[in-house]
Design a protein around this ligand. Sequence first.
Ligand code: AMP
Length: 207
Amino acid sequence: MGDQQILILGAPGAGKGTQSKRLAEEYDLEHVTTGDALRENRDMETEHGTPREYMEAGELVPDELVNEIVEEALSSADGYVLDGYPRNESQVEYLQRITDLDVVLHLEVSEETLVDRLAGRRVDPETGDNYHVEFDMPDDEEVRERLIQREDDQEETVRERLRVFEENTEPVIDHYEDHEGYVRIDGEQSPDEVWEEIKEAVDERTA
Ligand code: AMP
């Protein structure tokens, strides 16, 4: 297993999931993603209710719960790519207490592109791979037929998620701009172009 400690930042729809998967494969890292962990446990009863209630509204799930998920996942990983966390300043403080980061990747994408990507996004429930109704449908008919839309990718929820991002997560990005491993990447490029830049940035900072 690789030992690179990588954080990937960006708005919902910026391409964090797609690129994190590639990073995890290429460098043999643990892919730690709070969104997937919460989706898998969406009906778990907690003292704050279930994750589902927050996720369907496009709101953040309480810090206590996500902090615990991340701490547990990081404690069993050497190298990792952290995706979807931290999403507010209190999560930043928590993360700083439990680990250091070698590389901080920031995928930058305009709001207009984010709305188009999220509203057209479809997910393969078997592999977790993302597609898009206009730009990227799978060739395999069987896969095409089983694609689903995430409940929080409905347009109204998308708008709320982007608002929550701007309010809570933009300050997180401002915070990491001063990190020595910080790299800004133009996330409007094709997935392969974004990947090339990511690989170069990671190799430069961890070789
Ligand atoms: P994602 O798949 O990263 O877009 O996350 C989907 C949803 O899960 C978000 O809209 C939040 O409701 C919840 N979520 C994921 N990560 C976090 C986090 N770090 N803090 C709070 N809520 C989160």
